[in-house]
Design a protein around this ligand. Structure first.
Ligand code: PLP
Length: 383
């Protein structure tokens, strides 16, 4: 049985072009970009090429980009790195949203334990924060504001640019977690009110274990890791050269083809939702998240009457891979903090499934999935 992979928000298949670049770099032999000899210079050349590509795609300069080991590391580095310097200027407030990924939320909670004042902006029933709430929350004592671009569970987009204007006008550092949005939303960083931005390679058909952090020139920042002077002393540790080269290749094909990628994801999403509605009836399903202000590749659907775990297990047995929320909470099956913050009724909360789409998916897979869901629903309801 070939499975249908509808969990691209958790991780994506690495694309052939990126695998080829990875293999080429890995096969090139040893090469530490910090070494002065020829092999080192060759590795450094790959790193420089990748950084230049990414800088062009993001509208920033290459020296403002730091390679990390994951989106999580980028988020942590951004928050701890900026907050500690801001604190020295008497800024002790952290403002974020209740629906961030745990890479941001847990880092912010750690900062709170260290004496920062944490404000979690609420969201509406579609998972969006309001700029008006941000205006209230951000003041001259705010150190860092962290707002995700698009949510990983519902796809809902946040008004991060609007909030970035407010944050920067009040002297706070603005961080955006763009891990889900990069490759679907375009970023022109020098023109945007953003100081720090996190990206992850494995969400855009690149390798796992490679992240990127944009640090606008002049942003208050102190490195998290101590060690060598790699990445201009902003992230110690020998760079993952092959992974970074493959990441740049994947980024070129993702951020360089946003419109086509959006159309493809929208097409699969629409096909799945239409087919689910016709198989199950409109009353049996509820869409969680914003209907329009959203990323194209995520559909969070509650199948009323069937709890998420049972539905996921049955889908898996039938060869459909989806998720109950973010990947890290699905193992422990906690109720989603995102849907909870949206005040979604308990029944919808307990029955939510996240389908997420991308490279390789087809409309036929979406239609087949809807039929499989219908069969599972009918079987479970008969019990
Ligand atoms: C919005 C968001 N931020 C951060 C992360 C963490 O990225 P990584 O898996 O590369 O650590 C994820 C991963 O799911 C995410 O969706």
């Amino acid at each position: 049985m070939t499975s249908i992979y509808f969990d691209h928000a958790a991780t994506t298949p690495m694309r052939a072009e990126a695998i080829a670049v990875y293999a080429d770099a890995a096969a090139a032999g040893p090469g530490n970009p910090s070494s002065l000899h020829a092999s080192g210079r060759a590795a450094r050349g790959r790193l420089t090429g990748a950084r230049d590509t990414l800088a062009e795609l993001l509208g920033c300069t290459a020296s403002e980009l730091v390679f990390t080991g994951s989106g999580t590391e980028s988020d942590n580095t951004a928050l701890f790195g900026a907050a500690s310097v801001q604190r020295r200027k008497g800024r002790t407030g952290i403002v974020t949203t209740a629906v961030e990924h745990h890479a941001v939320l847990h880092a912010c909670q750690r900062l709170e334990e260290q004496g920062f004042r944490l404000t979690l902006l609420p969201v509406d029933e579609w998972g969006r924060v309001s700029a008006a709430d941000a205006v209230e929350a951000i003041d001259e004592t705010t150190a860092v504001v962290s707002i995700m671009a698009g949510n990983n569970e519902t796809g809902t987009l946040q008004p991060y640019a609007e909030i970035g204007e407010i944050a920067r006008s009040r002297g706070a550092v603005m961080h955006v977690d763009a891990v889900q949005a990069f490759g679907y939303e375009s970023f022109d960083l020098h023109a945007m009110p953003i100081d720090l931005l996190s990206v992850s390679a494995h969400k855009i058909n690149g390798p796992q274990g490679v992240g990127l952090l944009y640090i606008r020139r002049g942003t208050p920042f102190q490195p998290l890791l101590q060690g060598g002077n790699q990445e201009r002393a902003r992230r110690a540790g020998t760079e993952n050269v092959a992974g970074i080269a493959a990441f740049a290749e994947a980024a070129k094909l993702a951020a360089g083809n946003i419109n086509a990628r959006r159309r493809h994801a929208e097409d699969i999403r629409a096909a799945l939702l239409q087919a689910l509605a016709s198989e199950l009836g409109n009353d049996a399903i509820v869409l969680n998240g914003h209907a329009d202000l959203r990323l194209p590749h995520i559909a969070n659907v509650s199948f009323l009457g069937i709890d998420s775990e049972t539905m996921l297990m049955n889908l898996d047995l039938a060869g459909v891979e989806a998720s109950a929320g973010s990947a890290c909470t699905s193992g422990s099956l906690q109720l989603s903090h995102v849907l909870t913050a949206m005040n979604v009724p308990r029944e919808r909360l307990q029955t939510a499934i996240r389908f997420s789409f991308g490279l390789g998916n087809t409309r036929a897979e979406a239609e087949k999935t809807a039929k499989i869901v219908a069969t599972i629903s009918a079987r479970l309801r008969k019990r």
